[in-house]
Ligand binder design. Structure first.
Ligand code: FAD
Length: 501
């Protein structure tokens, strides 16, 4: 497996693949982890996925300095009055719904954790290396890689490729996959700086939207107390460019945003990024799969970019593992686009509305809440049997076991959630002896990794009922099937695993 791109999405995908024993090579132009950490908000669903590979505690610890940061505020200057857009009303933990809590941890703090985790799972990293070209035939994909230090080219062959190569995605471009949407809506310079802002920040936020006559910017906290990132919008149509952001200009922008003309500021880095809205028309071209910003890009409102991308990688990883291990047919990989692109298409509209609302525009129909966005994404595809919903999100979060939905979280004891059982293979929950259903599965696919559990009769298991309902959960914690008849399960298994019979 080849992963192109070592941002959060590529790095996390390599961990998920490695966890399932898929040997992966990851390449990135950069020399190592990013210092320009943009994504900070990791939602409960993404934390569940990190939890399943044993990284939740380490990632939470990396975010610890800012565990209490919360909310988004708007102001003219940081030193002036703030108007909270949201403060304490968005809970970080939903203990009835998920074993994991929302976490704020800097991208620059998480990436080294993911790299170390990938390494122990066999990922081979080629940083400072660029993908030069990518071709594919019936058997394999062939990538020519260029070492940016030496200029030497080498070749890597892989069965499949994940294009996690960011919003400009050279791979998407090369494949000629169109992207639908308005495209670049804002150019920004991201200024990473050090300054003592404590006197102006009586209560830390996730970020501040700052607008005055001199500067329009978003100020983001980082994992170090005196280190900040100011994202300043500029307009190329008005003749402005990233090159304008000299050290002097960057210091002036920081001072204007804070509202303190003689503030001591040390500039660490200035990099450009473009706020882009777009969705790739396809997520798959033969052996190549788009993931993360290569597939979908949105404004930051809702903190969905990296979260959705990491969840893309997780959705793909177990399917690839199934095909490479031989327990699933190649067509299972088509369900990746059917599931993840449909979710992204639905989110695109909602996120744009939320962003407009955040900058003060009145929007209608902005009803989808964080719980639904995070835990309520529903799938319809051949990898699910019997889904009875027609939309990605329902009106409220369904807490019962339903095909195509994320499986309910139930504490098995004080520390182990049902979600801790998912990831390695399929999981079967039955209120009676599960053997007949296990036999039904094995009769179709003897090599399928599947664990069976007999669930209790206590009220907490009601979300997996009513008895005698049996449920089959996929490795990503989504419900593949529910029913009571082993023969019915045997009948749908070939389709669920895309086995050509
Ligand atoms: C201000 C801001 C705040 C945000 N906050 C959040 C948040 O709180 N939560 C959240 O979920 N999202 C957030 N986002 C969005 C999030 O940052 C992105 O969605 C996410 O980081 C995208 O990750 P990625 O791995 O897909 O792409 P990238 O991080 O862009 O990584 C792509 C990688 O591919 C490499 N690459 C590209 N082409 C090649 C090539 N040919 N050869 C080798 N390497 C190549 C690049 O070097 C790069 O490292 C925020 C975004 C912004 C701008």
């Amino acid at each position: 497996m080849l992963v192109v791109g070592g941002g959060l999405v590529g790095l996390a995908t390599a961990v998920f693949l490695g966890e399932l024993g898929v040997r992966t090579v990851l390449v990135d132009r950069h020399a190592g982890a990013s210092i320009q950490g943009r994504a900070r908000g990791i939602n409960q669903r993404t934390m569940e996925l990190y939890r399943a590979v044993g990284l939740e505690a380490e990632i939470r610890a990396a975010g610890r300095p800012f565990a209490d940061d919360w909310g988004v505020a708007r102001c003219e200057t940081l030193a002036g009055d703030w108007h909270w857009l949201f403060a304490d009303d968005a809970p970080k933990a939903w203990p009835d719904l998920s074993p994991s809590e929302f976490c704020q941890a800097d991208q620059s703090a998480i990436e080294p954790i993911l790299i170390a985790a990938g390494r122990t799972r066999g990922t081979s990293y080629r940083f400072g290396t660029e993908l030069v070209s990518l071709t594919q035939d019936e058997d394999r994909a062939t990538a020519v890689l260029g070492d940016l230090a030496t200029g030497a080219n080498s070749t890597v062959e892989a069965r499949y490729v994940v294009a996690a190569d960011g919003q400009r995605s050279p791979i998407r471009e090369q494949l000629g996959i169109p992207r639908t949407g308005p495209g670049v809506v804002q150019h920004s310079a991201s200024i990473v700086f050090r300054a003592d802002l404590a006197p102006y920040v009586p209560r830390r936020a996730l970020f501040w939207i700052i607008a005055n006559d001199a500067v329009g910017a978003g100020l983001v906290t980082t994992a170090e107390p005196g280190r900040w990132s100011l994202n300043v919008a500029y307009d190329p149509a008005a003749g402005q460019s990233l090159e304008d952001f000299t050290t002097e200009r960057a210091i002036a922008a920081v001072r204007a945003a804070v509202g303190v003309p003689d503030l001591a500021v040390e500039i660490e880095d200035v990099a450009g990024w473009q706020q882009t809205i777009g969705l790739a028309d396809r997520y798959r071209a033969g052996r190549v799969f788009l993931a993360g910003d290569a597939a979908h890009t949105w404004p930051p409102a809702g903190a969905m970019g990296a979260n959705t991308g990491v969840q893309d990688g997780h959705n793909l990883a177990w399917k690839v593992a199934g095909v490479l291990r031989g327990w699933a047919g190649e067509r299972l990989l088509d369900s990746y686009e059917a599931e993840r692109r449909t979710v992204a298409a639905e989110l695109s509209d909602l996120i744009v509305k939320r962003q407009l609302k955040r900058i003060g525009t009145t929007v209608e129909d902005d009803t989808t809440d964080d719980q639904l966005w995070t835990l309520g994404q529903r799938y319809r595809s051949d990898a699910v049997a019997g889904a009875d919903h027609t939309t990605v999100f329902g009106d409220t979060l369904d807490r019962t076991v339903r095909p195509g939905c994320r499986a309910p979280h139930v504490w098995i004891d004080n520390q182990i959630s049902t979600h801790d059982l998912f990831g390695r293979g399929y999981v079967l929950f039955a209120p009676t002896d599960p053997q007949p259903w296990l036999d039904a599965i094995r009769q179709v696919q003897p090599t399928l990794p599947v664990e069976a559990y007999r669930i209790g009769t206590e009220p907490r298991w009601s979300s997996y009922g009513p008895s005698p309902l049996v449920s089959l959960i996929r490795p990503d914690g989504y419900v593949a099937w529910t029913g009571t008849d082993p023969e019915h399960l045997a009948g749908v298994m070939p389709s669920l695993l895309a086995l050509d019979r």
